[in-house]
Structures are given as C-alpha cells and as structure tokens.
Design a protein around this ligand. Structure first.
Ligand code: FAD
Length: 345
C-alpha cells in the first residue's frame, strides 16, 4: 500500500511531492499536462506588490521556507534553479517616486525597498523618472525544474502520465483505491483543473488567464527585470519574457491576438530597441476571491485532500502551504483558518 496518491505536478504538486520524498513516504503522481499555469509562469519571486507598493501577503515569511526549499532541490536534481535577479520598478511620474519614498519609510517595507533613485542608463529603455529597486528578488527556472522533477519521478516509476479519472476512485477503511492502487491518502493539486474534480469543484477558484510574449532583442542587453505596466524578465541569450496579462473571463489556455496587442502596446511605451516575437504562452492562474490558497481535507472523506488556490504567487507560497497540509494530514496539526478549506464549507 502507498502512503499517498498525488494528482497534478505543477508548483503545488511539486512542493507536496518533495515534502513526501523528504519524509520518506511512498507515493505516485498522476499528471496529464492539461494545465499550464506553472510551466508558463514568469518565475519571479518578489515580496512586494509593485502596483501599490505594499508587502505581498506572507511573502517575506514564505520566502524563508521557499528559497531554501528550491536551493535544496538544486542539489537533489543537480540543476540550477534559483537565479538572483534584481527587480526594478519603473516610475511613471514624480508622484510615483514620492509614493515609493513614503513606502520606504514604513517599517514593514524598509528592508524590502531600496530608498535610492536608480538612474536609467540603458538607451534601449525610456525611463525618464528612473527606477526604485526591490530587495530580495530572484527568478526560479520553473519550466526546467518541473521537467527535471518529472524525469526523476518517471525514472523511479513514481509517475503515471495519464488523466486521473475521478469516477474510478473508491474508498475503504484503509484509505482509497484507484485502478487497483491502494493508498492511505490522495491529494489533489490540479490548479484550475480542479473544476473537473467532483469532490472539490464547489470551491471558488474562478481562475485568471495570463499570457506572456517571449521576445528576442540583441540591443536590449538587460540584466535586471523591469516592472513597468508589464514585466520584462531576462531569460539569457537575448531572450525576454514580457507580460503578463490578467483576464478573468477567458477560461481557455489558447494564446490570443488581443493579448499580444495589449502586451506590445504596453511594451512600446518604454522599449526603444528592435525586438522580434518568437513565442507566446498562456495559462490559467488558480485564483481565489480572497487571494489565499485553499488547503485541507474533504468534509465527508478523511482520506481526500486538496492543495490549490496558489493564485499569482505560487513560487513563494507553494512550499509553505504544502508543508502545512502535510503536517495537518500526518499529525492533525490545525490549518491556518485563513487558508483552510473550512472557510468554504
Ligand atoms: C502567465 C502567468 C505568469 C505567472 N507568473 C508567476 C510568477 O512570476 N511568480 C509566481 O510566483 N507565480 C506566477 N504565476 C502563478 C503560478 O504559476 C501559479 O500560482 C501556479 O502555477 C499554480 O500551481 P498549481 O500547481 O496549483 O497549478 P498548475 O500549474 O495548473 O498545476 C496543476 C497540474 O495538475 C495537472 N492536472 C490537472 N488535472 C489533472 C488530472 N485530472 N489528472 C492528472 N493531472 C491533472 C495539470 O496538468 C497541471 O500540471 C503565473 C501564472 C501565470 C498563468
């Protein structure tokens, strides 16, 4: 008998799988590649909401768990995952500069925001009001990380690359049985795919579609991420990720001409160099109206659990909430009421 079956290997599934691996639990992962949110993510971690200059919920605390988690995975997988990457906020006006300096004076933000005005020296960028720099930022190479992790699971015969069929799940006194596989627990981490899950599709996870352009520019020569009305994130080899859009209405994962135009229009406001679009990507963020993850155990089935709702900041929140859910299942530790599924039961 397995300890766990895990459905979904995006950022939340990966964090839970690694928690299980570290605790020596036996498990199998089902993955059908139906959702792309984690694979298309920008990969940035940044503790500040750069629209409003406020601290992101729990980000500073989550970072203390997340960064060591990804660094440890670097060793396990022998693959570079964590990249230092400064994030510069491009100011639109003197008023915005002043709001930044006010934010720098707040005790909660003083260690996160640099109080210096950074002058723009890159001729490919138009930034007459210059930049503010955020501290403690970086990029996680998510696509490569997920690929490496899936390879590792596959090599260990712990990966089943097919759709989990909910109708085939049965229960007995020891836990669950799925296609002859017996496990003590099953954890669903399907991101926006949860809508097909009859055990949890009542939960409010309306989702928010995001699209990115991948552009190439030899003239830009940028080594920092810039946040203007959109992000430019350097990927190396003169490639940049540019976006993302937020669309709560379109629930498809197809790329759109309209999003491409929105991103290009915003980019042209501050990018003065030539560029070439070489790709476009889309995914649906599993967002929750109160902007908090959802974790916990099904009200009627104590072997069925959920880890979802990572929204637009899954990199930093994933490892903390995965650990919290694990300790809840194994040791009956109470969940943070702000995150518990109970708030919707
Ligand atoms: C455009 C965009 C940019 C983003 N940028 C950032 C960023 O810079 N920083 C950041 O922190 N976050 C970012 N995010 C948010 C982040 O990507 C999400 O928080 C995260 O991806 C959620 O991970 P997840 O594992 O819950 O969901 P998902 O990534 O959707 O993973 C769920 C997995 O479950 C699988 N699955 C679903 N149903 C089944 C089934 N029945 N059987 C088998 N497998 C199944 C899916 O194929 C998928 O692999 C971004 C998101 C988008 C869309």
């Amino acid at each position: 008998m397995l300890d766990y079956i895990l459905v979904g290997l995006g950022l939340s599934g990966l964090a839970f799988a690694e928690q299980l691996a570290q605790e020596g639990k036996t498990f199998k992962v089902y993955e059908n590649y139906s959702q792309k949110s984690s694979r298309v993510a920008g990969g940035l971690f940044n503790p500040v909401v750069l629209k409003r200059f406020t601290p992101a919920w729990g980000a500073y605390e989550h970072m203390k768990t997340a960064i060591p988690f990804y660094k440890k995975l670097e060793e396990t997988l022998d693959y570079k995952i964590v990249y230092d990457l400064p994030v510069l906020r491009r100011f639109n006006s003197v008023e915005e500069q002043n709001l930044w300096f006010e934010a720098c004076d707040k005790p909660i933000l003083s260690s996160l925001l640099s109080p210096e005005l950074l002058k723009n020296t890159n001729t490919a960028i138009y930034a007459p009001f210059h930049y503010g720099k955020v501290n403690n930022t970086g990029r996680i190479a998510i696509k490569g990380l997920l690929k490496k992790y899936l390879d590792k699971l596959r090599d260990s015969a712990m990966l089943v690359e097919e759709s989990f069929e909910y109708d085939s799940l049965q229960f007995n006194t020891s836990g669950v049985v799925y296609n002859g596989l017996q496990a003590k627990h099953i954890v669903f981490a399907e991101g926006f795919g949860v809508h097909k899950n009859p055990f949890f599709n009542h939960l409010p996870i309306p989702g928010n579609k995001g699209e990115y352009l991948i552009v190439e520019s030899t003239e830009l020569q940028l080594e920092t991420a810039i946040k203007a009305s959109i992000f430019i994130i350097p990927l190396g080899n003169n490639l940049y990720k540019v976006g993302a859009t937020y669309n709560p209405n379109d629930k498809t994962e197809t790329i759109t001409v309209s999003s491409r135009k929105i991103i290009e229009d915003k980019l042209k406001v501050f990018l003065k160099s030539n560029y070439r679009i070489i790709d476009q990507e889309a995914g649906i963020r599993p967002t929750v109206p109160d902007r908090k993850p959802i974790l916990g155990t099904h009200p009627d089935h104590n072997a069925i659990h959920i880890l979802n709702g990572l929204g637009s900041r899954g990199i930093l929140t994933g490892p903390t909430v995965a650990k919290q859910l694990y300790r809840h299942i194994e040791y009956n530790e109470p969940l943070d009421p702000l995150l518990s599924i109970d708030r919707f039961n």
